[in-house]
Design a binder for this molecule. Sequence first.
Ligand code: HEM
Length: 405
Amino acid sequence: MSALMKLVVLVPCAFFLIALINFLYDYLWRPPRIQNMLNSQGIKGPPYRFIHGNNKEVTSMRKEALSKSMGSTDEIFPRVQPHIYSWINRYGKNYLCWNGNRAELVISEPELVKEVMRNSEKAFPKAKPSFYVSKLFGNGLVFIEGEKWVKHRKLSNNAFHGESLKLWKSADLLESEKLAKEIQDCVMKIVKKREDKVVNGEADSFGNDFLGLLVKAYQDLNEKKKLSWEDLVDECKTFYFAGQETVNSLLAWTVLLLAIHGDWQERQEESPPNGLVRGVEREVQLGKVVLPANIDLLVPNIALHHDPHFWGDDVHLFKPERFAEGIAKATKCNAAAYFPFGLGPRSCVGMTFATTETKIALSMILQHYAITLSPAYVHSPMPIITLQPQHGIQVILESLHNNDA
Ligand code: HEM
């Protein structure tokens, strides 16, 4: 066999061998080692299964839970996260499960949750988004880390503090379409319009709202402060999706609760359902447990928000009076008992914006209409990024004033 022929045979064989070794390492060798390491420290969980981990069990538990009708109860935890609900009951508040060959440590013990979310040791970065999620959200503030995060967070803090909210022009961003390409084109047009106004002398600045600050940073001559074009587009996508879906779903569920509990309409006043995900960058101690590098951490905030230990056995009942004396009193000062907007340095930058927007929208509706539940409504919350009403929310709006349309 000539040297060339040998090469033609050997090179693909070598690649195949390396791929096989990597595969065996990732799927056969590493998972049992991680499982043993955590089991020996008291962390239990459903056993690792080759290739699919626990995904098949999760899918069938979800399917079963969603197939059952749930009446109008607020007991959403066993419905939207049946696997987490059942595994916390079986294995304890912190347990190990498997997303394919990827180890996922689920943490719902408040002290550990605080440690992870505060991330003072800088060992728990945001987990990398999937391809699909990053296309939709853009690689913006929600996912970036380090110096870049500090720079972008400073910009958005400036735009979203109380006073600036009056200047927010959401219509600019609301034009965006869902597909990534269309979003990109749309953002480009909006930015160009702002730039043109300044170039043509129609405006003397790019504006003081968040988009104005982003365009200003994009134009900055100081390399350290300057935002790249990609960063600008990514932040627009991030804020569109982070701001839009969440507030829509908060408003929708609040209207439903007000329709069911009509007495609250005269008095007036949830969250990403899958939980908050972090990575483990290096071997690190969390509480008493030593964690290996390169596993994922899931903080299922729904589990903590529905923990009878904090909230009592009537946790699933709609009782907003729990918060009558503030959140600190309701949670007995335990920050990890209730954190719909996250916890620590990566908590929601749009919290004030979201609550202000929701209060304004609700008070505008409630000034004019009484809301009752339509008999057509079927209660069926579905976890799709946020918690969505599967068949929509049908309510009847009755005018409070004769001259209202
Ligand atoms: C009901 C409404 C909302 C809820 C429940 C909510 C919830 C959250 C939560 C739980 C986090 C932390 C995620 C984590 O730790 O991994 C977060 C982060 C974030 N939210 Fe919101 N959010 C809402 C509305 C908004 C709005 C209106 C905006 C923008 C206009 C926004 C922008 C962001 C951004 C940019 C981050 C990432 C912050 C960072 O990593 O520094 N959110 N949100």
